[in-house]
Design a protein. Structure first.
Lengths: 194, 544
């Protein structure tokens, strides 16, 4: 018996859904708006309140530059891990992920340390409040990136990520790259534009 | 692009095996249908809370010298505004979309059920925190109806103020997460053949709403983060700082303007689907309706240009133009619906009444805007009427239209027609009277947000009219709520007809109520009306 008008070939492979990747791209657009709001508040203060930084505050460029550089350096091992996973090189992928996780933790440690060195806080000055909010949100984003990379590392170790499925790694990489851009924006606005 | 109906459609495609969502308890379920119903139940509960407070406020204003709430007027006003603006309509749309959209697109699931479940509980927790904050003691003047942020008290805010801000922030975060899950569902889980150009209008409107929510709500969240820190650490930003208020105004405005439009956008999608289904024919122009909805969403972002109430407005000259332009896509969508009904064979259904009532209210509000522009308005009470008539009334009626329309999928059976008509009369009449009373008070010069003020002219009559309207509205809400609760509690084990209306879109291809896995088989999709194609193919095959 023939079936004359079946529209879809039954043997067609199921198309990849890429649910998580689409979700993370949308999340990145939301997070961009969040940072945009906070950066706009910071720039508005610069225009209406006082020059940045306030007189009693000394911004140590070394800490800021090192923090931005630390995040930027992470791009290489993250991409290395994705590339290695695509080629089935699990050990190399795990190494890349471990290095990137280390750099993320180092960034969080550096931010935590330098926050205590700046000499002002949220209670002391409008700038202190807005910069605290910026750094706090950025730190949360980096912590999320570290968590995603750690999950990818565990899944790679368990052979759940490999040439057949690298979506988790790709998603973690996308989020990492977003945090690098966000860090660069905060770094440029707070550290460079003085 | 105009699609033509294929000569014949093939038999249903067996659904690709996908794991059935875990039903479990409500706490652990990943079934989008139960999550959607839970969102709707939460929104209904908050509507009752906000509505009761609104009726009490109206009673206070019914006549000069009446004292119902003592010194708590501003506290109750803030509670009413916060609860009804943030905790009712938008979460209810999320609930309806979470339940219906996966069925409309032929998916057996939502993209991220755990994320949606997390959003549900975050919303309920945040909303509960906001209500508790108002009940515990008056938060420090905080309200979303004010363009001026509350200056923190030296040394940090009261705990209830912090609780309120944290609660609202949680609700905002929940809306972002739920929107993310919905957007990915529509973008990635559509049935084969169901292109974006063939999406049912409610799904299309839900996608647009989700995208705008993902862009606008984070800005509001940024403002709330600053606000919380300011309150928590003693108020360096908003107290005595010349730049502070503008920051708050912009972050609230950037969210608030699109949010007002987003309350209506899914409703326009509902109106399209209701009109097409009950007219028994596809929309006269899918493209025009789709363009209208898209234009509406884009212009909601265009309204980011602020009005005169906001300091240092970014694009002030465009504000009025962009706001007025929203009437064009709205009118286009409504014209398409009317043309569809006029050229089809409409069957009476309560959902049509609710949708028609929403259109009438929108027209009434637009007329008042024209009148106010011509004669000038002295009293701020006019704004109260306009907010209730345009921003709250039509979305509420369209939400009711959606619930009545999709009741077979939501609850397993249709809601009773007679009771639905009675509820419509109460709800529509109440909103109309309440709006009319406030409009007339405004023309009479009455202020807003004051517990008591001297009436002039026919002020007491207008106040009484508005109070009567509020009571009728509350009765309508309770009537709809009672029918919904009764239907949900019935838990009928006997499935009713899958397609009681002769529907056109995929949700009518599955059982009522749908099984946990959504579909046993999804019909082949070759146009925007796959079920009409299927019926045509069956008619040709059987020679009927």
């Amino acid at each position: 018996m023939s079936s004359p008008l079946l529209a879809l070939p039954s043997a067609e492979a199921e198309r990849p859904r890429l649910l998580v990747r689409t979700g993370v791209l949308l999340a990145i657009s939301s997070a961009t708006m969040l940072f945009g709001g906070l950066l706009a508040a910071y720039l508005h203060l610069r225009r209406t309140v006082a020059p940045w930084p306030p007189e009693e505050v000394a911004i140590d460029q070394y800490f800021g530059n090192m923090a931005a550089l630390t995040m930027l350096l992470g791009v290489v091992p993250v991409e290395w891990a994705c590339h290695a996973l695509r080629r089935g090189l699990t050990r190399q992928a795990m190494s890349g992920l471990a290095v990137a996780i280390g750099l993320g933790v180092a960034f969080l440690n550096l931010v935590s340390y330098s926050a205590g060195q700046v000499g002002f806080d949220a209670a002391s000055h409008p700038y202190g409040l807005v910069v605290t909010a910026l750094v706090m949100v950025l730190s949360v984003c980096v912590a999320v990136a570290v968590a995603m990379l750690t999950l990818t590392l565990v899944r790679a170790a368990g052979r759940q990520q490999g040439p057949a499925d690298t979506e988790q790694a790709r998603v973690a990489a996308c989020w990492w790259h977003f945090t690098v851009v966000a860090t660069a924006a905060v770094w440029y606005a707070v550290v460079v534009l003085q | 692009m105009t699609e033509t109906r294929p000569a014949a459609a093939g038999p249903p495609n067996e659904v690709a095996p996908s794991p059935a969502p875990s039903r479990g308890t409500l706490l652990s379920t990943s079934d989008h249908k139960r999550l959607g119903l839970a969102f709707l139940a939460g929104a209904l509960a908050f509507l009752v809370v906000g509505g009761v407070v609104g009726v009490v406020l109206r009673a206070e204003l019914a006549a000069e010298g009446v004292d119902v709430v003592g010194g708590n007027y501003r506290r109750l006003f803030g509670m009413h505004a916060t609860v009804t603006a943030l905790l009712v309509i938008a979460p209810a749309w999320v609930g309806l979309a979470t339940h219906v959209v996966p069925l409309q697109i032929g998916a057996g699931r939502i993209a991220f059920p755990r994320l949606t479940a997390f959003a549900l509980w975050t919303y309920l927790l945040g909303g509960g925190m906001a209500v508790v904050a108002y009940i515990a003691e008056p938060p420090a003047g905080f309200g979303f109806t004010s363009a001026d942020p509350t200056a923190a008290v030296p040394g940090g805010a009261s705990e209830v103020t912090a609780l309120l801000i944290a609660g609202v922030a949680l609700v905002a975060a929940a809306m972002i997460l739920a929107a993310l899950s919905l957007a990915v569902t529509v973008l990635r889980l559509r049935a084969p053949g169901l292109t974006l150009a063939r999406l049912p209008m409610f799904s299309w409107a839900s996608l647009l709403t989700a995208v705008v929510t993902l862009l606008a709500t984070p800005v509001f969240l940024a403002g709330l983060v600053l606000f919380y820190l300011d309150q928590r650490f003693g108020g360096t930003l908003f107290a005595g700082n010349p730049g502070g208020p503008a920051i708050w105004q912009h972050t609230v405005w950037l969210y608030g303007r699109p949010e007002i439009y987003l309350l209506l956008l899914p409703g326009l999608g509902v109106a399209c689907d209701v009109a097409a289904t009950h007219a028994g024919r596809p929309l006269v122009s899918q493209e025009a309706a789709r363009a209208g909805l898209t234009g509406f969403a884009l212009l909601s972002l265009g309204a980011w240009a602020a009005g005169q109430g906001v300091a240092d407005a970014l694009v002030l000259p465009t504000y009025s133009v962009l706001t007025a332009l929203v009437a064009l896509p709205t009118g286009l969508v409504l014209l398409v619906c009317l043309a569809t009904l006029a050229t089809g064979r409409p069957r009476p259904h309560p959902s049509l009444l609710f949708a028609g009532g929403a259109v009438l209210l929108l027209g009434f509000g637009a007329l008042q805007a024209v009148v106010a522009g011509a004669v000038g308005v002295d009293g701020a009470a006019w704004t109260t009427g306009h907010v209730h008539t345009v921003a709250f009334g039509p979305p509420l009626l369209l939400l009711a239209a959606g619930v009545y329309h999709w009741a077979p999928k939501l609850f397993g059976d249709q809601l009773p027609d007679g009771a639905g008509r009675a509820a419509f009369l109460a709800l529509f009449g109440g909103l109309l009277l309440s709006g009319l009373g406030s409009y007339l008070l405004g023309y009479d010069g009455a202020p807003a947000r004051l517990a008591d003020f001297p009436f002039t002219g026919n002020g007491s009559t207008y106040g009484g009219l508005a109070a009567l309207g509020a009571l009728l509205t509350a009765a309508g809400v309770l009537a709809v709520g009672a029918q919904v609760v009764r239907a949900a509690a019935a838990k009928s084990t006997v499935a009713s007809a899958p397609d009681p209306y002769g529907g056109l879109t995929l949700e009518w291809a599955t059982a009522s109520p749908p099984p946990p896995h959504g579909f046993d088989a999804v019909p082949e999709v070759r146009s925007a009306a796959p079920l009409a194609d299927l019926r045509q193919a069956e008619a040709e095959a059987t020679g009927v």
